[in-house]
Design a protein around this ligand. Structure first.
Ligand code: AMP
Ligand code: ZN
Length: 115
């Protein structure tokens, strides 16, 4: 996806503050954090949105979820964290490359509806 900003980050064409990388996944800090710690985990492969993922992505999606607490703790979120996946216009999705937000921190405002 040549015009996808997160594909460009995966390719190294746009810089990011990297948190983690393996063959399938990349994690980096959100450029506009809503909490003291705010990063996201993305698949390196371009999947536009959660409702375009298929059964063949089951392992990949599971790996994203299991990675979240490991990276959250490594980022100092020892008291828990929030995960958010925005999907489509109705879900407030702005970047159409699947990503899971992970955020938290002592001073964050965690009203349920707010990302
Ligand atoms: P959403 O699609 O609504 O989940 O939001 C997309 C998120 O991507 C926002 O929180 C942005 O701050 C974040 N974002 C957009 N561009 C970049 C970038 N170049 N590096 C890091 N985060 C970004
Ligand atoms: Zn992409």
């Amino acid at each position: 996806m040549s015009d996808c900003i997160f594909c460009k980050i995966v390719a190294g064409d746009i810089p990011c503050k990297k948190v983690y990388e393996d063959g399938e996944l990349l994690a980096f800090h959100d450029i506009n954090p809503v909490a003291p710690v705010h990063f996201m985990i993305i698949p390196k492969a371009h999947i536009a949105r959660l409702d375009e993922a298929h059964a063949k992505h089951e392992l990949l999606l599971g790996r994203m979820l299991l990675l979240a607490p490991i990276l959250a703790k490594a980022q100092g979120l020892n008291n828990g964290f929030r995960t958010v996946i925005n999907t489509g216009p109705g879900g407030g999705q702005d970047v159409y490359h699947l990503h899971m937000h992970i955020f938290g921190g002592e001073s964050a405002d965690f009203r349920p509806h707010r990302m």
